[in-house]
Design a protein around this ligand. Structure first.
Ligand SMILES: *[C@@H]1O[C@H](CO)[C@@H](O)[C@H](O)[C@H]1NC(C)=O
Ligand SMILES: *[C@@H]1O[C@H](CO)[C@@H](O)[C@H](O)[C@H]1NC(C)=O
Length: 343
């Protein structure tokens, strides 16, 4: 198994901080308080995790996460909201069925959701040394481009990836579009947010301009932040495991050889992979964690058990069928394909 952190941890005293934790599903709903606040339904369906104050609008002036009374995340001081689009399977007969999420390695029993990381430095790098500044109350951001349809367009964002899981621990290769063939243990999507903040704006019109990638190199290589965005923030990173295995029967796949999975907004290339974040850690909990020796787990943070995580849910506000076989995606979207043969 590739997941060897705990073993390494036992061998060398950690002086670094890397949080890796699960957040269960809070709700699946057609809401997006970051990109389309006030709109119910929003244009496409999302899976949403975190604090239960999540609502149609999340006013940055009002510390909405602070109004949460529970969170679906394992660190119980984290009332942030994390969300991504959902995934659908399009059968040969043209109808759609939603693909559910399943827990990552080490998070058995968690209802759907995803794995969230906050890191000082690059993933799978034990040398977490960079000083990072936690996000501020009201902070929010987005990464990705729903309309991206080519590799070049997707490459403007670093590391919005797909991994075809041969087993639960497969982590490579990481590609920018949907895997072309069936994946025995599901498809993992990853969303890595930029790590340099302008230090002033909690948001921006496109929800991205207040953030930047390092000026040179990558976050992993320790590249410096540009002068326009000088504040180094934690690398926020989502991993979602889509339980595509029930749909791996090739007889149900399109006859033209294209792969059958499609994002809830209609993108069947995968290049439109994106994620949303709304900061909501209580008081200084995130800064404290990033300044403490934490590795995966974190003694300075309060934890809750899986049952408590799964119990924290909110009612859907948009009433529509999201689980049956349907002729269109929620919101009326249809899959837009780029043909790709996999046989
Ligand atoms: C959510 O927002 C609606 C109005 O948009 C409001 O009526 C409702 O009380 C809010 N729910 C919570 C839990 O804050
Ligand atoms: C379409 O195909 C799926 C998968 O084979 C099947 O479960 C579903 O019932 C079919 N729907 C219709 C309307 O034929």
């Amino acid at each position: 198994m590739k997941w060897t952190f705990p073993i390494v941890l036992a061998l060398c005293a950690p002086t670094y901080s890397l949080l890796r934790f699960s957040c269960a599903q809070l709700v699946i709903d057609r809401l997006d308080p970051l990109v389309t606040p006030g709109m119910a339904p929003s244009p496409h369906l999302h899976q949403i995790l975190g604090g239960n104050s999540f609502n149609i609008t999340m006013d940055p002036e009002k510390d909405m996460p602070g109004e949460s009374t529970c969170t679906s995340c394992s660190f119980s001081e984290d009332f942030s909201n994390y969300w991504t689009a959902t995934l659908y399977f399009k059968a040969k007969n043209g109808t759609y069925k939603r693909v559910t999420q399943k827990p990552n390695v080490g998070f058995d029993g968690v209802n759907g959701g995803m794995t969230v990381y906050y890191m000082q430095d690059g993933l799978y790098n034990f040398n977490q040394v960079s000083k990072v500044t936690a996000f501020k109350p009201g902070f929010r951001m987005f990464v990705g481009d729903l309309n991206a349809k080519t590799k070049e367009q997707a490459e403007r964002f670093r590391q919005l990836t797909f991994t075809c899981l041969q087993n639960p621990s497969t982590r490579d290769p990481q590609i920018l579009d949907f895997p072309s063939g069936p994946c025995p243990e599901g498809i993992m999507t990853a969303v890595r947010f930029p790590t340099c903040w302008d230090g002033k704006n909690l948001d921006s019109p496109d929800h991205m301009a207040h953030m930047s990638y390092p000026e040179t190199g990558t976050f992993e290589s320790g590249g410096p932040c540009p002068a326009t965005h000088p504040v180094r923030v934690p690398q926020l990173f989502y991993e979602v495991i889509w339980d595509t295995a029930p749909f791996n029967n090739k007889d149900d796949w399109p006859e033209d050889g294209s792969q059958p999975f499609v994002w809830s907004f209609g993108d069947a290339t995968g290049y439109g992979n994106h994620g949303d974040y709304l900061f909501g850690w209580k008081d200084d909990a995130l800064q404290r964690a990033m300044d403490s020796p934490c590795y995966v787990d974190c003694p300075t943070l309060k934890r809750q058990d899986v049952a408590a995580q799964n119990k924290c849910t909110v009612e859907r506000k948009v009433n529509e069928d999201i689980d049956g076989w349907a002729d269109a995606l929620p919101g009326g979207h249809q899959a837009s394909y780029v043909k790709k043969r996999w046989t």
